[in-house]
Design a protein around this ligand. Structure first.
Ligand SMILES: *Cc1c(COP(=O)(O)O)cnc(C)c1O
Length: 499
């Protein structure tokens, strides 16, 4: 059955999956959502016998219904190959009775690879299906990990260009170096004198600029997005939740139909929204634990029903979660209004204008599958150190936020259901922070030299192999030098595209 995509903010005509992927965001500024969430067709016990690519196909075919079997299988085969350093693609590690779903085995060692390794294939296929002709310009705001994963995915992909905006002082030294050393004829990287929300708002404003869009069209160019506002990023993320459940079943860790809990370190609300979609598809999931760092706007939202970004923006040791405007929450808001585009548009307008909104009691009731929690940097560090001391397993700073929230949840509620903790990055990406957690008093700074010294020290301490993605950064040449103020983002785009 065909699934089309409609905007969260108006009742304009729905579009096909391939068109939603190409556009990235609806012209009315809303996000594309599937008209309905499909149910898993393939029985779980059958999925348990499949490899990652097969499970990914069984999930994505339900959403990308205008792709042929051959097209979609080619996209999947191109994405999930030996770019990943493990056959399993998304392996599980059982540590103290908790299952860590390791999503950092791709080329840029963070979970963004799970979707951004396939998005370029989906997009070029979608371009062919829709007549081609135009060049796609991928505009991306990054809190650190999306940028590199998108650059790596789109570098030198014919028919595409990519521009990444990152907060100049808001990413780790390794993250910055990863982006600034990216090669490719079609890539540009710009540091913004602002935080991630500034970058994301700036990109959204450029998308919404009708005059610019028309000018682009005359030059044969069309914008799209590699952020998780693009449905082409969200859907591939559903696959690994289904795969994780199937893996637990295959390993005999759970019985068929047994409900599990899932803890997700959350920033832009994309990863956890994919888990919510998986649950709606029929995956046996009890609670979704939304774990925030000290920028705990989501924790407050789940506690009070009121979303308020009017607060200081805190730079933490989990920079990819330093976000006050979680853009994918809009899709959940749309669901809990009972698919009311006007109401959703009103909430989002209030967010853009006053920086806040409060949902109704009726809507709040529908948030029942979620549990909001947060962990401070100190609690995260204690989690990293405690688990390492007891079992020798090292987790990154983002994963630690979810692990701390999961532990706290179990203690507070006594809920003993099996717990999946989503592990979103390799500890090597944040080596100085990890080292500070493992060796309090160790005065590692965040300077680049220090970062690599910490990488080596972490390798000595943990015995974990240093990923190739980190090794190759040591000598790589910096090839991007652009910086701009928040108001200068559009000018950068014009300059890069020679408009
Ligand atoms: C992007 C990211 C997150 C947050 O994921 P969202 O989908 O934005 O909620 C968490 N951890 C890491 C390492 C990330 O890169």
């Amino acid at each position: 059955m065909e699934i089309r995509y409609k905007s969260t903010c108006s009742d304009r005509e729905p579009v096909l999956a391939s068109q939603a992927i190409l556009k990235g965001i609806s012209e009315d500024g809303g996000l594309f959502v599937p008209e309905r969430i499909p149910k898993l067709v393939c029985p779980l016990r059958e999925l348990a016998g499949m490899d990652y690519r097969q499970v990914a196909y069984e999930v994505m075919r339900l959403y990308f219904s205008d792709f042929t079997e051959e097209e979609l299988k080619a996209c999947i085969a191109g994405a999930y190959d030996d770019k990943f350093d493990t056959e399993a693609i998304a392996p599980l590690a059982k540590v103290e009775g908790v299952y860590f779903l390791e999503l950092f085995h791709g080329p840029t060692i963070a979970f963004k690879d799970m979707a951004l390794s396939i998005l370029p294939y989906l997009m070029t296929t979608a371009m062919k299906k829709n007549g081609g002709g135009q060049e796609a310009v991928i505009l991306t705001a990054t809190s650190g990990d999306t940028g590199k994963a998108a650059l790596s995915g789109f570098a030198d992909v014919p028919g595409t260009r990519i521009i990444v905006f990152y907060p100049k002082d808001g990413v780790s030294a390794i993250q910055k170096r990863q982006m600034l050393t990216q090669k490719g004829e079609n890539v540009a990287v710009v540091g913004v004198e602002g935080n991630f929300d500034d970058c994301q708002n700036g990109v959204k404003a450029i998308f919404g600029d009708v005059a610019l869009r028309e000018e682009m069209a005359r030059a044969g160019l069309a914008f799209s997005s590699a952020n998780s506002i693009n449905i082409g990023r969200l859907v591939p993320q559903i696959a690994y939740y289904v795969y994780a459940y199937a893996s637990l079943l295959r390993e005999g860790e759970i019985a068929e139909g047994e409900e599990i809990n899932i803890a997700v370190p959350t920033g832009n609300f994309g990863n956890i929204l994919a888990a919510y979609y998986a649950r709606k598809m029929g995956l046996p999931v009890k609670k979704l634990l939304c774990a925030s760092n000290e920028n705990k706007v989501l924790y407050d939202f789940f506690a009070t029903g009121s979303y308020d970004r009017n607060r200081p923006f805190i730079l933490t040791s989990s920079p990819s979660m330093d976000i006050l405007i979680s853009s994918n929450l809009e899709r959940l808001i749309y669901e809990i209004t009972g698919y009311d585009a006007q109401a959703t548009a009103d909430f989002m307008q209030s967010l853009a204008g006053n920086g806040n909104y409060a949902i109704t009691r009726e809507m709040k009731k529908r948030l029942e599958p979620f549990y909001g929690g947060f962990a401070t940097q100190k609690e995260g560090a204690a989690q990293i150190a405690g688990v390492f001391e007891r079992c020798g397993y090292v987790m990154d700073t983002h994963t630690a936020v979810a692990a701390a929230v999961a532990a706290d949840y179990r203690e507070k509620t006594g809920d003993a259901a099996k717990m999946l903790v989503v592990s979103t990055a390799s500890p090597y990406k944040f080596a100085p922070s990890i080292l500070r957690a493992l060796k309090p008093g160790c005065a590692a700074g965040d300077e680049e030299k220090e970062a690599f010294a910490c990488v080596d020290e972490l390798a000595r301490l943990s015995g974990m192999k240093i990923p190739a993605a980190v090794e190759e950064l040591r000598e790589a040449a910096i090839c991007h030098h652009r910086l701009c103020p928040v108001e200068g983002m559009e000018a950068q785009v014009r300059d890069i595209l020679e408009l």
